[in-house]
Write a protein that binds this ligand. Sequence first.
Ligand code: SF4
Length: 480
Amino acid sequence: MTRVRLAAETDFSGFRAAARDLLRQGVEPRDVEFAVAGHEPGLFEDAPAGGGPTASSRPVPAVSRAFLSTIASASLHREPARFALIYRILWRLVDEPGLAQVASDPDVARLGALAKAVRRDIHKMHAFVRFRAVEGPDGEAFIAWYEPDHHVVEAAAPFFARRFASLLWTILTPERCVRWTGDALEYSDGVDRAVAPTGDDLEDLWRRYYASVFNPARVNPTAMRAEMPRRFWRNLPEAQLIQDLVAEAPSRAAAMVAAAPTLPVARRGAKLVDEDAERSEAAAPGLPALADRIQGCRECPLWEPATQGVPGEGPAHAALMIVGEQPGDEEDLAGRPFVGPAGRLLDRALAQAGVPRDAVYVTNAVKHFKFEPRGKRRIHKKPEAREIRACLPWLEQEFTLVRPDVVVMLGASAAQAVLGHTVAVTRVRGEVLDLAEGRRGLVTTHPSYVLRLPDREAAEAAFEALVRDLAQAWALARPA
Ligand code: SF4
């Protein structure tokens, strides 16, 4: 048996180097074991990579960048057998070069599921970390306690560095801690889960942590503050977000630090948010904060050419949520959903269906406008599945915050996001679908489809059908 000891749970480069050696030596998957240093005391201490039996040497398979990204994500899963799985797939790829595309293959499907869980965990960390302000030795700093499901601290941290580049912040987790010094991310060992802080204990924990990692040569907060005096902070979106979060602290300190985002997932199942708190009026700030966080999202390339992210809009708790595909040209400029031609048609359809527009929460599966420049015009482009997937955690958070009873999916992209698979709109239209957490869903056509129909009669018929679907959804959401 060949035993490979990786330096850390996130030692993907170490794994790649070992896997290359093992393949070259022809070590079969069944003859290799992977473990992380410190997690198997004594067992792997003297076992260098690739020291086992050899068969025939195998070439290192070429994998696409997308598949490599899937592998890298999967490697951050908490599943102990993930490295063995990846090595087995790499081994098989030599004989089965098309394997990565075989979604039904059990190994490929498992890899995809691990990668998906990790990506979702990164999104959750981006969305649910809550900072609180503390006065530290260097002046004001922001601290948070968080418990990710997987080994994602290093993968998630650059987002916070970009989002809160001007502030000093620290995120403490049971496995790894990360600190932004103003110009670099510094990682250190995690904090014992047994001392997970609640309320003001977080500050004490942070002070102890800070004292253990403090390196005065690495920070110059005085210079930082001189560059960005506090009076300017109100103009910075990231500082405003932090101020909003901090402002919630006096009334919801326990919920911020413990109940809402940071309660250990293991103790609360899949629920990351305190349901009762989120249903209450006190949860209303959740949607504005979410809208702010969407502006900082860089999880897919769509943010770059777009003017801004377009979050959903509507009551903090709406019985009916309507999900479209993505913002259009006017929505991109206005920063609001459904304000362009398709939105105006939707308004008319809602009115005709007897649905009060202001009772409905409207949003999109993808939050940034995808387009192709053509002269001075920006032509809508359909989002790809990977972009819909990348954006899904934002939609899920809207579900969590708004808690709709009924979800109307406008068109195939919205249906794909909500249902998790592609459907033919015409096939499922009119069918009441069971969604997660007891919600019900209806798929109908997107208003832009109605607008595109060249034939007036066909357009009128499509409009009437849309009205009928909206009326059906409203009847479900508000049964008489
Ligand atoms: S489209 Fe969605 S996932 Fe992509 S950058 Fe915008 S908010 Fe993030």
